[in-house]
Design a protein around this ligand. Sequence first.
Ligand code: ATP
Ligand code: MG
Length: 140
Amino acid sequence: MAIERTFSIIKPDATRRNLTGKINALLEGAGLSIIAQKRIQMTRENAETFYAVHKERPFFGELVDFMISGTVVVQVLEGENAIAVNRDVMGATNPKDAAEGTIRKTFAESIEANSAHGSDSAENAAIEIAYFFAGSELVG
Ligand code: ATP
Ligand code: MG
């Protein structure tokens, strides 16, 4: 296994309920280090670009509206096997299917308002990190 970096978002449903610290505790408890973090308001263009892979899906418009409905916390996580570890601690997309103790099982409101995003591959992690962070903001 290798040390990896992955990109994470604490979504608006979670920031709205002041869950940033509790979600960070689960991430850190899973062995992930938060090596960069900032709270931002995404623009519509940011959200459309970020979720462009889903633009033909029926939920795309609502997903974009949700992602810009409040502030988000964007993060870079680092650790052994970080991409898969983060997906594991987030849990399944639909909180009804997520395992006990995961972020989505514990906190998500719905399949859309599901509290967290995590990159799904090393390639996408690199693209997503570069979109939201300058190299100078990453101090591992
Ligand atoms: P993410 O990419 O946010 O980490 P994911 O990889 O688990 O989530 P995707 O299939 O990439 O799931 O979907 C991206 C996001 O779109 C989901 O996290 C959720 O917010 C929203 N979404 C997915 N499926 C639906 C759906 N059927 N209805 C409404 N929103 C959905
Ligand atoms: Mg995804």
